[in-house]
Design a protein around this ligand. Structure first.
Ligand SMILES: Cc1cc2nc3c(=O)[nH]c(=O)nc-3n(C[C@H](O)[C@H](O)[C@H](O)COP(=O)(O)O)c2cc1C
Length: 331
């Protein structure tokens, strides 16, 4: 069973990965989605999207785009940096993404068109495999489709993926409009994990927030090869360690310093992100991290309205000086 940190735009960057590694890490880190045409244009910020620390061997490069050629070319660029392989974003349901023909719109285009793109990226990975004398995995992250999806239509999409060289599918089993509403339909993860048992891996994703929710999901799809976590990893960067500990029936008690974790994150953002990104990255992380605290809303407002990184540090220190009993957590 693999434990996997999800791709999250503005969140799944090196600073965030270091935070998770500090608690023992996970098996794979998907990068935030990297826009293929922007990467090819080599804009001033693209080098930051190519950072692969602190565990380069665990990186999965997630690419997004609406056309075949940039995706195929971008796949070669990211593979130069190593990592496990390339993931195609075919699940993002944010309107600004799918309305441009990227993200989940790949599930809605004619199958032949998506197949051509998958094939072209697979060809790039084969090329890189020859060049670098090592394998690069091709994976796809998707949802169920739009509101009119049918099981047969969904399975013909996933069959097409597997027939064209996709070795791993991560399924967030909801439709476009469901976004985060209702429980994910884990039974679809189970269905495809059985269908591709010996030919491809399947990771489950959606609403895993602790050991109990993970156990519930795995009961519904015992054949899943991995569990991918997004929002809960930002809320509790120690979640992988916590779940692992439960799997091992370990009695070890780990003390988490939640003030230090918050301050460390700000330090890492300063170190590994361009200054133009500091504010948005800090705001995004704390919009999840603050949720766990008694006065989380108040804390988060402070982390949204600050004027400098030092002021954000002061907000963190002030919060824990008022709420000292919230600083340490035993997991
Ligand atoms: C802030 C944020 C950014 C996200 N960005 C991406 C992304 O870049 N690529 C992607 O495939 N999914 C993205 N997602 C979706 C997550 O990877 C995941 O599929 C979804 O949040 C469900 O998992 P969860 O219930 O563990 O949060 C994003 C989610 C969040 C909350």
């Amino acid at each position: 069973m693999k434990f996997v940190c999800a791709p999250m735009a503005t969140l799944s960057h090196e600073a965030f990965r270091i935070l998770i590694e500090n608690f023992g890490g996970c098996d794979e880190y998907f990068t935030e989605m990297i826009n293929a045409p922007s990467l090819l244009n080599r804009g001033p910020f693209e080098k930051f999207y190519l950072l692969n620390g602190p565990a380069p061997e665990k990186i999965v490069w997630q690419l997004t785009g609406s056309e075949t050629k940039p995706l195929a070319e971008a796949a070669c660029i990211v593979c130069e940096k190593g990592g496990i392989g390339v993931d195609l974003n075919m699940g993002c349901s944010a309107p600004q993404i799918y309305k441009t023909g990227a993200g989940i719109s790949w599930m809605l285009k004619p199958l032949e068109e998506t197949k051509k793109t998958v094939r072209a990226v697979k060809d790039s990975l084969n090329l890189m495999e020859q060049k670098m004398n090592r394998h690069f995995r091709l994976s796809v992250k998707c949802r169920l489709g739009d509101e009119n999806f049918t099981e047969a239509g969904f399975l013909s999409f996933t069959d097409m993926l597997v027939e064209n060289g996709v070795e791993l599918i991560t399924l967030h089993p909801r439709t476009i409009k469901e976004k985060y509403r209702g429980l994910p339909r884990y039974e679809f993860v189970h269905k495809i994990s059985q269908r591709y048992k010996d030919v491809a891996q399947v990771y489950l994703n959606g609403c895993i927030k602790d050991f109990e929710s993970e156990s519930y999901a795995l009961q519904k799809c015992p054949g899943a090869d991995g569990v991918m976590i997004a929002r809960a990893a930002a809320e509790k960067p120690w979640i992988f360690r916590q779940i692992q500990k439960n799997h091992e029936h370990s009695a070890e008690e780990i003390s988490v310093d939640r003030m230090k974790t918050a301050l460390d994150f700000i330090d890492y953002v300063e170190k590994f992100q361009p200054k133009e990104f500091h504010k948005t990255r800090i705001q995004r992380f704390f919009s999840y991290y603050c949720k766990q605290f008694e006065f989380g809303h108040y804390f988060q407002t402070g982390m949204t309205n600050y004027k400098s990184n030092d002021e954000s540090r002061k907000t963190v220190i002030d919060y824990f000086s008022r709420q000292p009993h919230e600083q340490f957590l035993t997991i």
